[in-house]
Design a protein around this ligand. Structure first.
Ligand code: GTP
Length: 597
């Protein structure tokens, strides 16, 4: 298709503002998918996405819209809204020329509305503000349009008003895309240059590569070179998503679609790489993606040590479609062989853990998440550590630096005091306060990342009745008075349960951790002492008393099936446990070092 008739766009929004619903309506109105086959949230095809009602992975779909008698190809690249997935958003935006900035007209501008809008501004996209949910009785489109102006400096007067639910106003959005989003500027006659913006693994067909063509055309049977990976493959199938894969044989400049080449080796495809023709002239690669910044690290160990290789395979498969995930083998005295994984944030971590367990049928023990610390040695050199166990004794280093995040929080004005209180409790340093409308405020704080993952976000949500939203980005590393909080179970140090915290918080957090561990660790035939310590100083102690009776004792010997059932139940309950020394520690206990979850 002539690039003049192509528009590539994303929908960016705060979580739950209706992005998937709007995409569904667009597919329906343009006849891309007929009404009978329509199910809600069609683009979210991962089970987990449906269950949690959030979009995790970016998806692409091609729709056609006729305006003034001319047919246009609109390529929608879906993006996730949660703060953890800004990285995915950024990738999707590089494949677009425009973005719909969708704002819930009853809620207003939220933290991720702002963060995502800035990503689109940085990517030089044409931004069209769209107010959604105007069917709701408490929708306040005029006020929200003003918030868009005040917080983002975008012209709110032209914002379109829609209801993604009823479909009202959606065809005007399609018209606006054609009118306002620039056509792609690539050169159809130039040698092929295409950006890989995503990839998924298909057991039967190999890796499906999502791409956006910038210059030239990609055709089936051509030999395609992945520029930075240096690999060459024959394009076996080329097509578009509508939304299922639809073979077209070729994709021209400006178009979005996929290619398949029966690639089975996961390392052969790198998201962000540029594709070109093997035999063509040398071209300059497209700007790739900045590397993902990992905010948290946690270790995964298979409950069954024999599953180590399966875990490696599963992580490699996940990494293909989730390039932000990082992992490296690690060994722990207590837990054996596993992997230390780097994540974009806590939600990302949780999703990876659940995908491993569901899609790959693995039972895992996961340690509590921690941030990256920098250790400054006596000679001034620095190194990074990703787990409390790696922290050397205090006399072995000069100082320890921790990551600080710049956090922006959007709240109704009546919660300012509450938020300030929580920020202080989490070692926050006030930066500024701005009103985005008469009733809503944006507060900015610098807060250690470790505090954010401890429980800051949960506290913010619960104490603002869900109204507070936040976004954060890494600011820098600063020296902190930090200590290692050791945990001893039955007098043995368990590194996987230790944590790093501020000196002033150590006593309190030590007591909390031990209290929680006491609840999580089951009774044994013997007494199990639990202790928290900083250096050699014990700061908290609890004892799990010895078990008195046998679980099968109440079965009076006679009923063998019942007895077996009980034993089996006990065995199943044990699956997600690891023995450390001779004490069984269940999965939940490893998360006891986090705040009140
Ligand atoms: P993520 O994918 O998690 O970022 O969320 P999303 O932005 O895709 O939101 P989604 O489309 O799942 O919509 C969130 C909720 O809002 C759902 O319960 C929708 O049914 C509802 N919703 C979306 N659009 C409208 C609308 O125009 N009117 C009303 N009343 N509800 C809507």
């Amino acid at each position: 298709m002539d690039p003049k008739h192509i528009r590539n766009f994303s929908i960016i929004a705060h979580i739950d503002h209706g992005k998937s619903t709007l995409a569904d309506r667009m597919l329906e109105i343009t006849g891309t998918i007929d009404k009978r086959r329509m199910r809600d949230r069609l683009l979210d095809d991962m089970d987990l996405e449906r269950e949690r009602g959030i979009t995790i992975k970016a998806r692409a779909v091609t729709i056609y819209h006729v305006k003034d008698g001319e047919k246009y190809q609109l390529n929608l690249i879906d993006t996730p809204g949660h703060v953890d997935f800004n990285y995915e958003v950024e990738k999707s935006l590089q494949a677009c020329e425009g973005a719909l900035l969708l704002v819930d007209a009853s809620q207003g501008v939220e933290a991720q509305t702002v963060a995502n809008a800035y990503l689109a501004i940085e990517a030089n996209l044409e931004i069209i503000p769209v107010l959604n949910k105007i069917d709701l009785p408490h929708a306040r489109p005029d006020e929200i349009a003003e918030e868009i102006e005040n917080s983002l400096g975008l012209d709110g007067t032209n914002a379109l008003a829609v209801s993604a639910k009823t479909g009202a106003g959606v065809s005007e959005v399609l018209d606006a895309l054609v009118e306002q989003v620039p056509a792609p500027t690539g050169d159809p006659a130039a040698p092929l240059r295409a950006l890989i913006f995503d990839a998924v693994y298909d057991e039967f067909r190999g890796i499906i590569v999502y791409l956006r063509v910038f210059d030239g055309t990609i055709r089936e049977k051509e030999r395609i070179r992945m520029m930075s990976a240096g690999k060459v493959f024959e394009a076996l199938e080329v097509g578009r998503f509508n939304p299922k894969m639809d073979r077209s044989g070729a994709l021209g400049a400006g178009e979005v679609g996929y290619f398949i080449s029966n690639i089975k080796t996961l390392g052969d495809v790198a998201v962000g790489d540029t594709l070109t023709l093997d035999k063509g002239p040398v071209v300059k690669p497209l700007p790739g993606y900045r590397p993902a910044v990992h905010m948290v690290y946690a270790d995964f160990y298979p409950t069954n040590n024999g599953d180590f290789e399966e875990l490696r395979e599963a992580l490699s498969t996940l990494k293909l479609s989730d390039s932000a995930l990082d992992f490296a083998p690690v060994t722990s005295d207590a837990l054996g062989f596993g992997f230390r994984c780097g994540f974009l944030g806590l939600l990302h971590m949780e999703i990876v853990q659940q995908r491993l367990e569901r899609e790959h049928d693995l039972d895992l023990i996961q340690t509590a998440p921690t941030v990256t610390y920098r250790i400054v040695n006596h000679d001034g050199s620095e190194r990074e550590i990703h787990s409390p166990g790696q922290l050397p004794d205090p006399d072995k280093f000069e100082s320890i630096l921790e990551p600080i995040a710049r956090v922006s929080i959007m709240v109704p004005a009546e919660y300012i005091g509450t938020v300030m209180q929580i920020a202080i409790e989490h070692r926050g340093v006030y930066v500024r306060q701005e009103y985005v409308s008469a009733t809503r405020v944006q507060l900015t704080y610098d807060i250690p990342m470790a505090e954010i993952i401890y429980d800051f976000y949960d506290k913010l949500k619960s104490s603002t009745r869900g109204y507070g939203t936040m976004n954060y980005e890494l600011l820098d590393f600063q020296a902190g008075d930090l200590v290692k909080l050791r945990v001893l179970v039955n007098s043995a140090d368990v590194d996987a349960l230790s944590s790093i915290c501020h000196k002033d918080q150590a006593d309190y957090r030590g007591r909390q951790t031990i209290k929680k561990l006491r609840k999580e660790i089951p009774r044994h035939m013997f007494e199990v002492p639990l202790q928290a310590a900083v250096g050699g100083r014990i700061i908290a102690r609890e004892t799990i008393r010895a078990m008195r009776k046998d679980v099968t004792a109440k079965c009076y010997g006679g009923d063998i099936t019942r007895k077996r059932k009980l034993l089996e139940k006990q065995k199943a309950g044990k699956r997600r446990m690891r023995s450390v020394g001779n004490v069984d520690i269940p999965q939940k206990a490893f998360l006891a070092v986090l705040g009140d979850k």
